[in-house]
Design a protein around this ligand. Structure first.
Ligand SMILES: *Cc1c(COP(=O)(O)O)cnc(C)c1O
Length: 366
């Protein structure tokens, strides 16, 4: 087989290590959040590895993402939280996918279909992005309890999301936990008996113990984005190969508008990765690694390609270059995030479809 020009190697042992570390740390069941193709790492293999390592739930945004996991044979409970709930309720019911419900309109649209869909009622405890506003909650839980008594839905969970979890000492965390407990009390007063109450992602699972409750939803931590110093391991290494090299003389320029000026005569190397593959166009100070030597980007990032400055190193066509990842001397995802003034999540999810994902590291997850 021809070897691909650009490969993201995903080491599933790192995913399993991260699941084990975070389960121990949180001490409660773990939902592996594999939305957006597991942050670009491949949803099915990452989900299988996470479940093999002890994750007992899966989380996604769209029901289609959940159906793909079911088709791959994953049978643990799956929660989907961002979709057109009225439209996806039949598919969710037949695949036993749980749906998040944030409003009366969503509740009615799902309950009306009488499919006994499993729902998790979402309360807006202060993030103000999704969830039921506090002042509508009493009515939502009352209607949900009625629909449940009629067999139209099953209320399995009550949940919310923290807005300040990466700053554990921030008072918003405590306020959100309190608002959540108050919401739970109202749900119970309405006659609901949710089996799972869940409030936080990776940062909260590590830093906000009172938010762990019955389940923690781990996305970033799964793939080793470690904002909280939990000893997690990145899983992904992005490699490519040099396609062409040439000498460019001192004072000449490279690429569109000659945006890359060379001060001394140098060897430049062409790499077949551009912004369509996830190399941020704004990452002007970026470099890649050739056998541990740093080759800085030269000129603009094009859609499909980029040029790097190899100086007088004996770089040849076909040589491997590590763009991002775990090998010694390679840039880390945090370096790319800094160069592009973003977060690691956006670097990973930006990796395009031409980057082949290759999974290694666990039999159980093949
Ligand atoms: C993405 C997401 C998570 C996972 O959070 P991480 O910080 O990536 O672990 C949890 N809950 C919700 C609602 C999310 O959208």
């Amino acid at each position: 087989m021809r070897s691909p020009l650009a490969v993201a190697d995903v080491d599933l042992r790192a995913v399993q290590h991260n699941v084990q570390v975070l389960r121990l740390r949180a001490g409660v069941p773990l939902m592996a959040v594999v939305k957006a193709d597991a942050f670009g790492h491949g949803a099915v293999p990452v989900a299988k590895a996470a479940v093999a390592a002890g994750a007992t739930w899966l989380g996604v945004c769209r029901v289609d993402e959940a159906l793909a996991l079911r088709s791959a044979g994953l049978s643990v409970p799956i929660l989907a939280w961002l979709d057109d709930m009225a439209a996806v309720a039949p598919a969710a019911a037949s695949a036993e996918v749980h749906l998040s419900v944030s409003s009366l309109a969503e509740l009615e649209a799902v309950a009306r279909q009488r499919l006994a869909v499993r729902v998790h009622l979402k309360l807006d405890t202060g993030m103000h992005r999704a969830g039921c506003p506090v002042d509508r909650w009493v009515e939502l839980v009352a209607r949900a309890a009625r629909a449940e008594r009629l067999g139209a839905i099953r209320v399995v969970g009550v949940w919310s999301h923290l807005s300040h979890a990466s700053s554990p000492a921030d008072p918003h965390n405590r306020r959100q936990v309190e608002a959540f407990q108050a919401g739970l009390a109202l749900a119970e007063a309405a006659g609901l008996r949710p089996e799972v109450r869940h409030l936080c992602g990776t940062a909260g699972a590590v830093g906000v113990p009172e938010a762990r409750l019955d389940l923690v939803r781990i996305g970033a931590g799964l793939v080793g984005i470690d904002e909280v110093g939990a000893g997690l391991r990145p899983a992904l290494t992005l490699r490519t190969r040099v396609l062409q090299v040439r000498r460019v003389v001192a004072g000449d320029g490279v690429g569109y508008d000659h945006a890359g000026r060379v001060k001394r005569t140098t060897t430049v190397a062409l790499l077949p990765l551009g912004y369509a593959d996830g190399i941020p166009r704004c990452a002007r100070s970026a470099w890649v690694s050739w056998h541990g030597h740093r080759l800085p980007l030269l000129g603009r990032v094009s859609m499909d390609q980029v040029v790097v400055d190899a100086g007088d190193l004996p770089v040849r066509p076909g040589d491997e270059v590590v763009v991002l990842g775990r090998s010694a001397g390679a840039p880390r995802v945090e370096d790319w995030a800094r160069w592009a003034e973003t977060i690691p999540h956006e670097i990973y999810t930006g990796l395009g479809p031409r980057v082949v994902r290759a999974h290694t590291g666990t039999e159980g997850a093949q």
